[in-house]
Write a protein that binds this ligand. Structure first.
Ligand SMILES: [Fe+2]
Length: 307
């Protein structure tokens, strides 16, 4: 597990990218590496950057955590009652363009994936990460693996692409040991996966009881999702894990990009301001080394299918 640096020259020289090269990058991601671009391959027009960097932490309501949902072309996290309508519309168009540019780049760069990924949310993160006042489970500065409370993936992997758009400052991360090692070392019996656990059954009957089960499939977590969510919470709430597990710092410079499977690479962001990010859910069929996926690791422990 480490950082794989991809320079602009290597991208230009390698055009068109071979299928073999793309598979090797997928394999490195799946093994827990971070693919790092010292110079981002994502072109963001200067006036778009200036607009995003102009979103200061003042009285503007545009500075919350802002999500963009590309499938329905919608922004959330912006208080449209108080924010200036023209600014909201500008932000939406910048996010739309950012999302499309990342998709276009990765469609070729990670060609084995694009037929089998689901485009998830993009986000704009204008707040200073150091010293944010968030509840424990929402804190970004505690080492954790990602799981989405309202968007279960049923075994699909969470792949995230980031841009540090701050003009001068680094975005400071730490990452931890690979998932398979961590699960064995830190997951005690009470959070070990159980096929069709009581929690998962309760979740399903709750969904049915309130008439949501069929209408909102996203509420139906598989035992896999149930475990991944509990594991996220467990890591953040576990002082022994936070203090004793190995941590490797990576400071991503201004103007760089990186991507990583955040569902298995434990990560925390300690400092930095202004980032853009696009998430992809990569389905198990697309993986080049499915046997190393968290689903297979957990099914190996549970001895039963988890989705
Ligand atoms: Fe995270």
């Amino acid at each position: 597990m480490g950082l794989v640096t991809i320079t602009r020259e290597s991208l230009v020289d390698g055009r068109p990218l071979s299928e073999e090269r793309a598979r090797a990058w997928c394999a490195q991601l799946e093994a827990g590496d971070i693919l790092y671009f010292p110079e981002t391959p994502i072109a963001i027009p200067n006036d778009d950057l200036a607009f995003l960097l102009g979103q200061q932490q003042t009285d503007s309501s545009l500075h919350k955590n802002i999500a963009y949902k590309p499938i329905i072309d919608k922004l959330s996290g912006v208080d449209t009652k108080t924010a200036d309508a023209a600014a909201v519309s500008r932000l939406q168009s910048i996010m739309r363009k950012y999302s499309q540019t990342v998709v276009k780049f990765l469609t070729e760069f990670l060609s084995p994936y694009h037929a089998n990924w689901k485009l998830d949310y993009a986000s704009f993160r204008p707040q200073e990460e150091q010293g944010r006042d968030l509840s424990l489970r929402r804190r970004n500065d505690l080492l954790h693996t990602d799981a989405f409370p309202t968007r279960p993936t049923h075994g699909a992997r969470i792949l995230r692409f980031f841009n540090n758009i701050h003009p001068t400052r680094t975005r400071d991360w730490v990452v931890g040991d690979p998932f398979a090692k961590m699960v064995h070392e830190f997951a005690p019996k009470e959070i070990a996966p159980e096929p069709d656990s009581a929690g998962s059954r309760a979740m399903k009957s709750l969904g049915r009881a309130v008439g949501l089960g069929a209408a909102i499939p996203s509420l139906k977590r598989s035992p896999y999702d149930d475990f991944m969510m509990r594991f996220h919470n467990f890591l953040k709430e576990n002082p022994r894990f936070q203090s004793e597990s190995p941590k490797y710092p990576w400071n991503f410079p201004a103007g760089s990009s990186w991507m990583v499977y955040t569902d298995t690479v434990p990560h925390a962001v300690l400092a930095g301001q202004y980032a853009l990010e696009q998430t992809f859910l990569v389905s198990p069929e697309a993986l080049v080394a499915p046997e190393t996926s968290p689903l297979k690791v957990l099914e190996g422990i549970a001895g039963a299918p988890l989705v």
